[in-house]
Ligand binder design. Sequence first.
Ligand code: GTP
Length: 315
Amino acid sequence: MNDTTAGTPKLSWWQRLKGGLKRTSGALGTAVADLVIRRKLDRAMLDDIEDVLLRADLGTEVAVRIADAVGKGRYDKAISADEVKEVVATEVEKVLSPVAKPLEIDASKKPFVILVVGVNGSGKTTTIGKLAAKFSAEGRKVMLAAGDTFRAAAIEQLKVWGERTGSPVIAGAQGSDSASLAFSALTAAKEQQRDVLLIDTAGRLQNKSELMNELEKVVRVIRKVDASAPHAVLLVLDATVGQNALSQVEAFHRTAGVTGLVMTKLDGTARGGILVALSEKHKLPVHFIGVGEGVEDLAPFTAKDFAKAIAGIEG
Ligand SMILES: Nc1nc2c(ncn2[C@@H]2O[C@H](COP(=O)(O)OP(=O)(O)OP(=O)(O)O)[C@@H](O)[C@H]2O)c(=O)[nH]1
């Protein structure tokens, strides 16, 4: 997929995902290789494997389960690092398979309203741009709402994405009320028979409770126009934040009723193990992963690929 852009050779999304998760898979691989050298498998080794998995952010439940699965039938036998990696990939895939779900656009909703939430800098605006490009390519008429009225640059950035993807952008001045902007955007999207309305939101206000109050207000106001909206609430998470992602999910889920996740920056120095801990705990659907800043750098989330990348298995 997308191996070239304007003639420049480009890494495939799989290569970038694998590269991004190298910090996790590399640390895991080295630690496991060190552990299994010239030793037979015993409880102490399983405890060490568990520690390695915990350091990779996979979460206690999953780490314990993987260590148990490694131990099954292998006590007092020599074990190879590759065997351990295979078990890691299998167990991680089991956690991720139930949450790897495509984002379904219900065409009977016109527009299908997608509210995009997440902390400052997580990649909301970029993800909206990528989604707008994807939906437009599928033949859907998209509209964007620049609901992050807190940051002037966010409004400008969304306008650029609008131009790039041929999607009209509803925007107000910096500091204007984002709930009334969402109201105007949904009204306009209905009038203009758009298929999808993507609403950007602020990731930072003066403080967290203000941010959450504003989000609640946006949802309330949207419902005045369409009681069934928003039809999807996507939480965008930056893969480099590690454990912090857990509290972000809790806060946004409580406030905005998150329906699905997008994890960005998996091409960087990602700490992708956290997605496994999140999936185990919250079981929220994961729709897409971001593997770069470009318009094409949004890939559907697939459990098997992600599990292999975490475990450091070639694919
Ligand atoms: N490497 C990489 N960078 C990304 C990805 N997604 C977004 N970014 C970059 O992350 C930075 C922040 O992205 P934005 O889309 O502005 O984030 P935001 O959540 O809208 O931030 P605010 O508008 O400040 O709330 C930008 O420099 C993006 O280009 C990704 O998947 N990979």
